[in-house]
Ligand binder design. Sequence first.
Ligand code: AMP
Ligand code: ZN
Ligand code: FE
Ligand code: FE
Length: 281
Amino acid sequence: MQRPTAVEGGRRIDLHAHTTFSDGTMSPESLVRHAMAKKLAALAITDHDSVDALDPARRAADATLEVVPGIEISTCSDGLDLHLLGYFIDSTDATLRERLLEFRAERIERALSIVDRLRQLGAPIDGAAVVASAGSGVVGRPHIADALMRAGHVDSMDAAFRKFLGPRGGAYVPRPAFSPADAIALIHGAGGISVLAHPGPAMAITVIERLAEDNLRGIEVWHPQHGPSTIRHYQALAGRLGLLATGGSDFHGVGRSVDLGDIAVPFGSLLALKDAAGVAG
Ligand code: AMP
Ligand code: ZN
Ligand code: FE
Ligand code: FE
């Protein structure tokens, strides 16, 4: 797949990255240092169901790097897992914080049920250790995949999802239902801009049209899962539905996927997000 490096007026940006507060491997501080070493002009931190990396990341950044506050909220409805990005959210919003605490508890419960199923399938791992491996962050299936690899039950992250953790895996446990419309409302309630994360090459247009009716504000157009024709498709769809176009590397750590900043994202997409959020600059 062609992955040009985005340099527009020399200003590279990445609007999708994870830290150890969800399932990334880098602390907020190391992620910010990595972004500055790669000479990014802006980095959005979008942890799954957590905003705890934002303050330490902002403190670690120097004047060359703008840290954009973000979040990636997992939703599940009609058997479809959709991720909603929220940009420029107020991370102190009380409703948001309360919901995130509930998600955190649900994630622990889900991880423990997955571990239960794994034991029944002959792939025992220690549930308490899985939860502890998330530290003060939220636990996710990648933490379970790591434990499965360490225990020698699988030899790769991919195999862990294929065999056990993915929707067709033997230990799959769905998340409690939380609709995309509710996630959009939660993001907007906290003053943020909602963006559908990585719709992928095969998502039905009707799903996105429906989200637009639910006040979705943008689509993640540039993403490692999107080849050139998918990018063109979503650029056109964003234009037709009046949605913003954003993008990023969905960085989870060095060696996990593409590197930070390696997905070409126009600087203008940050300006449009700021404009929509009423943020200066
Ligand atoms: P969870 O938040 O527990 O639902 O786990 C979802 C996360 O697992 C995603 O955001 C990805 O980071 C990761 N993931 C999902 N599928 C795969 C896969 N096939 N290989 C590696 N990581 C995956
Ligand atoms: Zn993730
Ligand atoms: Fe995602
Ligand atoms: Fe992500």
